[in-house]
Design a protein around this ligand. Structure first.
Ligand SMILES: [Zn+2]
Length: 62
C-alpha cells in the first residue's frame, strides 16, 4: 500500500471510529513500531497499515 492510500485509510478509519463512538487512540504499533493511530481490534495493537496488511495476508492464505 502506498503512503497516500495509507493516509486516506487512516483518516477514514478514524472518522468511522468517531462516528460509532469509539475513542481514537494513538500509540506504538506492535508490528512495525511506528507511532500511529492503532486499531483496537484483536490481541495486538496494530496500526492501520499493518492491520490491513495482515488482513490481506489472511485473504491470500485462505
Ligand atoms: Zn504497524
Amino acid at each position: 500500500m502506498d503512503e497516500e492510500s495509507a493516509r486516506l485509510v487512516r483518516t477514514w478509519v478514524r472518522l468511522a471510529d468517531e462516528a460509532t463512538g469509539r475513542r481514537s487512540e494513538e500509540g506504538i504499533c506492535d508490528h512495525c513500531g511506528k507511532r500511529e493511530y492503532l486499531s483496537p481490534e484483536g490481541a495486538e495493537r496494530l496500526c492501520v497499515q499493518c492491520y490491513l496488511d495482515g488482513a490481506a495476508e489472511a485473504r491470500r492464505a485462505s
